[in-house]
Design a binder for this molecule. Structure first.
Ligand SMILES: C[S@@+](CC[C@H](N)C(=O)[O-])C[C@H]1O[C@@H](n2cnc3c(N)ncnc32)[C@H](O)[C@@H]1O
Ligand code: FES
Length: 451
């Protein structure tokens, strides 16, 4: 039984640069064209388009197979896609000129490919060659660093409608030879295109990295560029057990990018958190370390009766004010400059939120915040921690384990913590019921209830 009338498989097996493969012959462009054409013809409810791994026929790629008939196509190009979709998928007549139906030859090629692959693997294993997975892990910083440097220099804005290396280098106040090297690497990474000496932004780079574009993420991404410098201190931080000075200390610009980065990460998640917690019976919320105010803004938008109070450090509160006023919810969201480690929280709150906060602090500091939050909540009030939650061994999820190191290089005593730890600290603070709510994405909620 087939859940769809037609099931298409397109090989997208990535292989090292220089090795013959379907993606190297253009299978990703074929996949994109198929998806667009199927949608355009309204056939998407009738068929499933799936990527698949190597079928051993790489020299004849891009390869695709159409089931249930089992029609194999080879050397498919984006220019063939209209015909395949209209004639084969639409009218049921396969495109003869692209069909490969020499089963014995196909089988022989696939078997030979498999044997060669296994022999090559065995030879590498015997010679003690570093596995590709480890080699890639060691080098993955290079593309990342190229993109971060391009963002720091604001290369994509400088490229604008196009220019050569000298023109772009002059705009970003960089050496022309070095700018050319960086621009070429960005072309190799698929972030720019080049024609003659002229560079242009790809549609994606123009959309996400150019100042002034509607979906520009540059400010938020510059926070990651700042964090890079902290991560370079990881070896020394592991030796010393806490953060060590980095080449770039916090500046007003660092803080602005940090808050923009946090807002970028949280803006789609905030309505999900509001939905998960609900607004029934919620009138007063305290948002500790609210940053851009993204979660308070989401509550204010969801319920006109809710009043939120954001407590953040004096350097951040003016930035918070900007986000709150831009969202048009200043009447429902008030701001309090202060220090959550020292200040009295007040009383009578229905919810106290700690979104992306606890990882900045030590166990003792978190326990103290939980104790004071318990006193500041009304009966049936809830303390909400949102964070990366480690499993009990603290070895996963991977993002939470890596984030713990992010806190090592960035804070005096922060870390990622486990569900067991949060639950234990909440119960010790007086919360009788504690539960976990998983949200889509990498972070979850731990919610403690006051009875
Ligand atoms: C990681 S950000 C989280 C921001 C926001 N809750 C969110 O999820 O988007 C941490 C926030 O806590 C604030 N913060 C750090 N230490 C603080 C302290 N001692 N008192 C008050 N706020 C603090 C920072 O200024 C920043 O806005
Ligand atoms: S990479 Fe596509 S068949 Fe081998």
């Amino acid at each position: 039984m087939e859940p769809f009338r037609i099931h298409l498989f397109v090989c997208t097996q990535q292989k090292p640069e220089g090795v013959t493969s379907c993606p190297a012959s253009g299978s990703l462009a074929v996949l994109g064209a198929l998806d667009r054409e199927i949608q355009a013809r309204g056939l998407n409810h009738d068929m499933q388009l799936t990527t698949c791994g190597c079928m051993g026929l790489c020299d004849e790629g891009p390869v695709m197979v159409v089931y249930p008939a089992g029609v194999w196509y080879r050397r498919v190009q984006p220019s063939d896609v209209c015909e395949i979709v209209a004639t084969h998928l639409g009218d049921g007549k396969p495109v003869d000129r692209l069909i490969w139906n020499d089963a014995p030859a196909m089988k022989a090629m696939a078997v030979e490919h498999g044997e060669k692959f296994r022999a090559a693997m065995a030879a590498r294993e015997k010679a003690g060659v570093l596995p590709d997975r480890l080699d890639q892990m060691i080098r993955v910083y290079m593309p990342s660093r190229c993109l971060l440097t391009a963002l720091e220099l604001d290369i994509f804005t400088a490229v604008g409608d196009g220019g050569n290396a000298e023109q772009i280098g002059t705009k970003v106040r960089a050496n022309a030879r070095a700018a050319g090297m960086l621009l070429n690497a960005l072309v190799a990474l698929g972030l720019l295109s080049k024609s003659g000496d002229d560079y242009k932004n790809t549609p994606e780079s123009a959309r996400f990295f150019v100042q002034g574009s509607k979906d520009n993420h540059r400010n938020g991404l510059l926070h990651t560029a700042n964090i890079w410098h902290r991560w370079s201190t990881l070896t020394d931080a592991v030796r010393s057990g806490t953060r060590v000075p980095s080449s770039r200390d916090d500046t007003p610009e660092w803080t602005r990018n940090f808050i923009a980065g946090m807002q970028r990460n949280a803006k789609d998640r905030a309505p999900l958190l509001v939905k998960a917690l609900g607004t029934t019976g919620v009138r007063r919320i305290l948002d500790l370390g609210g940053g851009s105010g993204v979660y308070s803004i989401a509550f204010a938008r969801a319920c006109p009766d809710v009043q939120c109070e954001i407590l953040d450090i004096p350097e951040v509160v003016p930035l918070t004010a900007g986000y709150v006023s831009q969202a048009g919810v200043s009447a429902q969201v008030s701001l309090r400059p202060g220090d959550m480690l020292e200040d009295d929280f007040g009383s009578g709150y229905d919810i106290i939120m700690l979104n992306a906060i606890c990882h900045m602090f030590s166990e003792e500091q978190n326990r103290d915040i939980f104790r004071r939050a318990h006193q500041a909540l009304a009966p049936n009030g809830r303390l909400v921690v949102q964070d990366f939650i480690l499993d009990s061994e603290k070895t996963g999820p991977q993002q939470a384990a890596l984030f713990s190191l992010n806190m090592l290089v960035n804070t005096d005593a922060g870390a990622s913590y486990s569900e067991f730890e949060y639950t234990h600290w909440m119960k010790a603070a007086g919360f009788t019921e504690v539960c976990r709510i998983n949200l889509p994405g990498p972070s979850s909620l731990i919610v403690g209830l006051v009875k």
